[in-house]
Every structure is written in C-alpha cells, then in structure tokens.
Write a protein that binds this ligand. Structure first.
Ligand SMILES: Cc1cc2nc3c(=O)[nH]c(=O)nc-3n(C[C@H](O)[C@H](O)[C@H](O)COP(=O)(O)OP(=O)(O)OC[C@H]3O[C@@H](n4cnc5c(N)ncnc54)[C@H](O)[C@@H]3O)c2cc1C
Length: 390
C-alpha cells in the first residue's frame, strides 16, 4: 500500500518548543499515559538555545504571590529527587535566598509574604536590620531596612536539568525534531487539526504552546492574541566580591532588582536584574551602555563590588505577562490548543509544576493540584489580571 508522508505524520500531541517547559510537559504526559505519541518541534538546531539555556537557575519560595508559591511548592519534590530519579548531577543546592528591603513599603511587603509563607509551611524568616548586618556584614549598612531568608531556596543547573529531561523523554519514545519550526496552526471550525512546519505537516488534535519568548508569535498563527512579551535580560559574569564568603545565599535587592548568584566554586558570581525597563524584543545583543548604571546598583547593595572583575556578559530573553503570572490553560473557542507560557522570570523553577498541571489539563480536563483558573489565558481580555509579583 502506498502511504503518503502526510498520512504518516500524525501524533497524539504536538508540543511547540524543546525548552524546560515543553520537555517537562512531555515527561509528565508520559507519566500518565506511557503509550502516547508525542512530537516536540524545536526551531533551533540544538538543545538549550532558548531562555532555559540562559537562565541563572534560581529556585525560590520567597515570592509575594501565593499562586506562584504554590507552583514552587508543587515543583519541590521533583527538584529534590531529580538526581536519584534521573541518575544525573544537576548541582542542586539549597543555600537560600536573601531578599532585601531598602524602604518601609518593601519591608512591609516582606513581612506580609513571610506571614503567608509561614502559614503554608514554608520556612521563611524575617531578619531585622541588626540581624541582617550581623549575619551579612558585606551588605551596604546604610541601605537596608530588613530582609528575609528561606533555606529551601535553591539553585540547580538549568542546562543539566534540560539535558536529563531530553534524554529521558527520548528514551521513552518522544519524537523531538530540531531545526523544524512550526509555521501555521491548521484549524477546522473551532478545532485544532495540526501544524504546518518548515518540513511538512504534522496532524494532531492537541497542540501545546511551550514556545517561551515566541509564545505570542506562535499563538498568533492560530489567530489568538497572547499577552506574552519578550524582554532582554543581561547577565554579568564577575569575580566574587572579596568580602562575600563562599556558599553565601543568593541575594535580591527588591528596590533595584539587582541580584547576585554565587557559582559553586565561590570564585565567580552571576549578577543581573536591573534591566526591568528594557523594551520588548527578541534581540539578544549585549548593551554595554547600561553597564555603568548596573555596577552602580551592585555597589549600592554590596560596596566591595567596586573591586570585582567583569569577566563577560551574555543576554537571554524572558517571556513576560502584564501581571507577571503564567498563562496556563486551553484557548477559549479553539479546542485542543493549550498554553504554558509567560512564566515571567520563574519558568525554570516552575517547570515541574507546569508540566504536571498541563499533563492533567490535556489528558483529564482538570487537575487536583491547585485551582488553575486564575492562570486562564482569557483573564486579560476579561479585565481580571492577577496582582503583580516580586
Ligand atoms: C537571564 C535569565 C535569567 C533567568 N533566571 C531564572 C531563574 O533564576 N529562575 C527561573 O525560574 N527562571 C529564570 N529565568 C526564566 C526562565 O529561563 C524561563 O522562564 C524558562 O526558561 C522558559 O522556558 P520555556 O521552555 O518556556 O522557554 P525556552 O527555553 O525559550 O524554550 C522555548 C523553545 O521554543 C522554541 N520555539 C519557539 N517558537 C517555535 C516555533 N514556532 N517552532 C518550533 N520551536 C519554537 C524556541 O527555539 C525555544 O527553544 C531566567 C531567564 C533569563 C533570560
């Protein structure tokens, strides 16, 4: 019998994007239905060229939004057990984050978050000005009103996690096509039929948009407006400030957005976070003109940053929604098109929860893990965005 290529190119589910979100969804779908045929389309030639490969690997429970803390909570076991389940090192370390408030309003916000987190069983603790400076004397003694610390906050190597997930889902039979871009969503009436790609058509009644910073561009191929915008983030790789001891927690100065993440050797740090107001775009070029302002913010937080050596800079793109919460759910009026997008700087830490939830939504029509209706794609059109988060 002569079977055409198009007849053969069928899949139970197509996932757009082989980043941490797409591969986590594939992994969790197979946990429920090991026999599913899953196709992942990736426009790049190799793994890790999207946001996931640029990410600094922070995992945090100290988030002001209860919904986002719930996503962190649901992801905890996955990261905790990763090395034993996948038998691969991911350098998972719980060394905590220090969140710093430099004014009364931010200090109040930290106290509210602390109260809520404690009630949820998250071991976050408040540090008044004295405790902060006694424990972390390298901080600018004139700047901070107080801070919080959570020992569960952690780091893991994003590329190691991505590569392990990739290997695991490949072993279970997922078809991952690199250098194959989705170009058009095929729709009949109100139902998904498949995707046209740079190398032919694939038919499927279910498509999951996990296209990271390209999420809105892909959604538009189905006529859907998705308010996810890409923003450039610069990461400065520098030598460790001399008075910051090895194994220090990661640090976030809430007012400036400045963060410091110390790498495992204790000799180098990743710095960044002050570039919140860049305009939307997918360009990954380094902008050295903002470096001076950046290092001023660094010295405001940690005065000894004046002596660090700036080794190199790279950029990545963050996919952001207007309310800094993800979009998780099925498109209204378009059966079979699902979104797992707009993780707004938290997509690595929330990928396990996103995978678990999305697998339930796609295969069972609902999830028991949390009420995900607040994440629905329609909330912006309905004028019900969520509160912002930090
Ligand atoms: C500098 C930086 C630091 C960060 N730090 C943290 C952190 O500490 N903690 C944290 O939790 N998060 C962090 N993030 C955010 C995190 O990296 C992202 O939220 C997460 O990686 C998003 O994963 P993703 O799979 O959705 O996107 P991606 O990893 O970008 O994957 C999407 C993939 O889809 C592919 N694609 C797009 N369109 C198409 C198409 N039409 N056809 C086929 N393929 C397509 C892309 O090529 C890409 O590979 C950081 C981000 C940046 C940039």
């Amino acid at each position: 019998m002569n079977v055409s290529i198009e007849q053969q190119a069928k899949s139970d589910i197509i996932i757009i994007g082989a980043g941490i979100i797409g591969l986590s969804i594939a992994y969790h779908l197979l946990e429920i239905e090991p026999k599913l045929s899953i196709t992942v389309l990736e426009k790049e030639k190799i793994l890790g060229l999207g946001s996931t490969g640029k990410c600094t690997g922070g995992i945090r429970y100290q988030l002001s939004s209860p919904l986002l803390r719930r996503l962190s909570f649901l992801s905890r076991e996955f990261f905790h057990n990763f090395e034993s389940v996948f038998d691969v090192p991911i350098w998972y370390r719980e060394k905590g984050y220090l969140m710093l408030a430099s004014n009364e309003a931010l200090w109040n916000q930290l106290q509210v978050t602390n109260g809520q987190a404690e009630a949820e069983g998250i071991p976050m603790r408040l540090l008044n000005q004295d405790e902060l400076l006694r424990n972390y004397p390298f901080l600018n003694k004139d700047r901070f009103r107080g801070g919080t610390f959570c020992p569960w906050d952690a780091y893991a190597d994003p590329y190691a996690v991505l590569a392990a997930l990739y290997a695991a889902v490949r072993r279970q039979g997922v078809d991952i096509h690199f250098d194959r871009e989705a170009l058009k969503i095929i729709i009949k009436g109100d139902t998904i039929k498949g995707v046209e790609t740079t190398q032919g058509t694939i038919w499927s009644p279910l498509i999951v948009n996990a296209a990271g910073p390209y999420a809105a561009r892909f959604a538009a191929m189905g006529g859907v407006t998705l308010p996810v915008q890409p923003f450039r983030r610069q990461v400065y790789v520098c030598t460790n400030p001399k008075d910051v001891p090895k194994n220090s927690p990661s640090i976030i100065d809430l007012a400036s957005g400045f963060y410091l993440h110390q790498e495992a050797s204790g000799k180098t740090v990743l710095l960044g976070g002050t570039d919140q107001d860049t305009w939307p775009g997918l360009e990954e070029v380094v902008d050295k003109s903002v470096a001076e302002g950046f290092f001023e913010a660094a010295m405001e937080t940690i005065p000894s940053a004046i002596d660090i050596k700036w080794l190199r800079t790279y950029t990545g793109i963050c996919e952001q929604t207007p309310d800094f919460h993800p979009i998780i759910g099925e498109a209204s009026g378009l059966k079979g098109l699902f979104f797992a997008n707009g993780f707004s700087g938290n997509g690595f830490m929330h990928a396990p929860a996103a995978g678990r939830i999305m697998a339930d939504l796609v295969l069972k029509g609902g999830t028991k893990w949390m009420d995900v209706s607040p994440f629905h794609p329609d909330r912006f059109a309905r004028g019900c965005p969520l509160g912002s988060n930090s």
